[in-house]
Structures are given as structure tokens and as C-alpha cells.
Ligand binder design. Structure first.
Ligand code: PBG
Length: 330
């Protein structure tokens, strides 16, 4: 590429007006780029705020169905469900995770039964149901891999039976994608998609989420023996290769903004559907600053979302999905 010297080249010519800027914009942002993570709680007609995530609510199943309908009407293609599980249902063996009638499975079925044209994604990890807050089963202080995978497979099948379109294993155990894929094939769920939380880092940005699902109090220690070390890039590429080999349809990088380099490299090296999760702490940080008048909330929302697209992502899981879609739809 050769670029003439000034004044033959004046970059400001194409920045002069909004139509000209739009004409040469390299990266777009559409409502179809979003997956909306939501929190479901028990009861009917109930909603409560998540204090560390201003604007985010936990909704009872009936209200979540209405929210899903609104999301579909806005053109958002997928909604992701996370349950706020009552402390009395949390055990060391996590049976509630594969209860066909648990909160998450009831929410999935309700959205599907309402005939709403939106893909429903679930979270496959044991932490909402675990007395000690970990994503896997804990024995003598160790998060045991293979036993956890067996539990996760039961959980995944229960979600598939409830009608989930996309399973989102967020647990970071080894071998879980292959085990789930085999079980789905064997049980007649060959068309259930898996979006693997492939490059999920041990991050301090998940704090508000753990409040939202009621896991903060339960968690003992940290998740560094299963989630990735924030210093690693090559390892993320090996994980993508592994998860694709085991039957993942889509891969995810999480968190988002501090890991855009990983998104770019995954998309460039593999060319597969690549998603980023703009996590709770990223949302809280932007919202908190906007509430204080330190940032223009709408502007930074759209700028960060476009950043994910520019980095190579096909889509973004973001708590801003509904607000951004409303704005983009004018
Ligand atoms: C749990 C899970 C977490 C998130 C999604 N699934 C938290 C964690 O790993 O501790 C984080 C999402 C967010 O912070 O928005 N398996």
C-alpha cells in the first residue's frame, strides 16, 4: 500500500461529515451482534436490583419471558440465562445443577414455550449450586476435574432437554466439551450448539456477577487452578484448537476489554465464530463512572462494543445489549 505525501493525501477529507465517515467506516455495530446475559430469580412478578451492576435486575421467570420478548423485538438474536439460586439449594455435590425443574431450566422452557424467536443460551458450571462457590466439585480442598465433568454432562443434558439452543460451558474443566458433545449426540440432541468459554481468564472483573448470582458469599479461595493465567496467549490458542477438536461450534474470550489481543489472534488464526464476554466488572466500571458524570455512558457503551467488533469478534455477550439495541434502533 502506498500513500501519497501531504497534501496529495489529507485524511481529514473523509472525516469532514458524518455521511463521509459512515461511508468509509470499516467496522459496523448491529443489534444482531449481541447476546444478552440475564439473571433469573424465583417467584412471580418479582424483580430486584443488583447493586454492583446499576440498571441490571434479577427477574422472576414470568418477567424474564417479557424481557426475552422485548429483546427479540429489538433484533437481539440470543439471551443467556444465569440463575440466582437460594442458599438452601447449594450442596457440596451440586445436585440442583441437573434438576430438570431448577430455576434456569424453568426459565429456558418458559421462553421456548412462549414461542419467542430468540436463541436461548445457558451456563454450564456448578458454581450457582455449589456450597463452596466453585465451578467444579471440591474434594479435600481440590477442585476435581473428572468428577466435575461427569456432573457437568448431567447438567448440560438437563438444559438441552429444557430446550436450550446454545450451551455455554464456563467451568474450564479439561475434557468437558468432548464429554458434553458425545452425550448430546447419544441422547438425541445433535443440533444443540456449544459456545465454549474457551479462553476464560482468572479475572478480578467477575466480582459483580458473583453478587448477582449469590455466589460471592459461598466462594472460598480463588479459581486460578482452572481459569487461565492472565499472562498467557499461546495457551489460549491451544485451548481453542482443543475445544474445536472436541466439538465446540463457537468459542469465547472472557473478560473482554483487557483481552482484545486474544480475540484478534483467535479470529485471525482460526476463522471460527468468535465471541467476547464484556463481563460484569467491565459493565460496573463504565456504569459507575457514567453515574458520577465522569464519562458519557452511551458513548462509551457504543465505543467499547464497536471495539470488540474491530478486534475481530463476531458478537459480544454484554449487559448493555438491550440499551445498545434501543439506541441503535433509534
Ligand atoms: C461462572 C461464571 C462466571 C461468569 C460467568 N459464568 C463467574 C466466575 O467464573 O466466577 C462471569 C460473568 C461476569 O462477570 O459477567 N462459571
Amino acid at each position: 500500500m502506498t500513500q501519497g505525501p501531504f497534501p496529495a493525501t489529507r485524511f481529514r477529507r473523509l472525516r469532514r461529515t458524518e455521511p463521509l465517515r459512515r461511508l468509509v467506516r470499516e467496522t459496523g455495530l448491529q443489534t444482531s451482534d449481541f447476546i444478552w446475559p440475564t439473571f433469573v430469580r424465583g417467584g412471580t412478578g418479582e424483580r430486584d436490583d443488583v447493586p454492583s451492576m446499576p440498571g441490571v435486575e434479577r427477574l422472576s421467570v414470568d418477567l424474564l419471558v417479557e424481557a426475552a420478548r422485548e429483546a427479540a423485538d429489538l433484533g437481539i438474536p440470543a439471551i443467556c440465562i444465569f440463575p440466582y439460586t437460594d442458599a438452601s439449594l447449594k450442596t457440596e455435590t451440586c445436585e440442583e445443577a441437573w434438576n430438570p425443574d431448577n430455576l434456569s431450566n424453568r426459565a429456558v422452557s418458559a421462553i421456548k414455550e412462549a414461542g419467542i424467536d430468540i436463541a436461548v443460551m445457558t451456563d454450564v458450571a456448578l458454581d450457582p449450586y455449589n456450597a463452596n462457590g466453585h465451578d467444579g466439585i471440591v474434594r479435600d480442598g481440590v477442585i476435581v476435574n473428572d468428577e466435575s465433568v461427569a456432573a457437568l454432562v448431567r447438567m448440560a443434558l438437563a438444559q438441552a432437554r429444557a430446550g436450550a439452543d446454545i450451551l455455554g460451558p464456563s467451568d474450564m474443566m479439561d475434557g468437558r466439551i468432548g464429554a458434553m458433545r458425545a452425550a448430546l449426540e447419544a441422547d438425541g440432541f445433535k443440533d444443540v450448539a456449544i459456545m465454549s468459554y474457551t479462553a476464560k481468564y482468572a479475572s478480578a472483573f467477575y466480582g459483580p456477577f458473583r453478587d448477582a448470582v449469590g455466589a460471592s458469599g459461598a466462594l472460598t479461595g480463588d479459581k486460578k487452578t482452572y481459569q487461565m493465567d492472565p499472562g498467557n496467549t499461546d495457551e489460549a490458542m491451544r485451548l481453542v484448537e482443543r475445544d474445536l477438536g472436541e466439538g465446540a461450534d463457537m468459542v469465547m474470550v472472557k473478560p473482554g476489554m483487557p483481552y482484545l489481543d486474544i480475540c484478534t489472534r483467535v479470529k485471525r488464526d482460526f476463522g471460527v465464530p468468535t465471541f467476547a464476554y464484556q463481563v460484569s466488572g467491565e459493565y460496573a466500571m463504565l456504569k459507575g463512572a457514567a453515574e458520577r458524570g465522569w464519562l458519557d455512558g452511551e458513548a462509551v457503551m457504543l465505543e467499547t462494543l464497536q471495539g470488540f467488533k474491530r478486534a475481530g469478534c463476531d458478537g459480544i455477550l454484554t449487559y448493555f445489549a438491550r440499551d445498545a439495541a434501543r439506541l441503535l434502533n433509534g
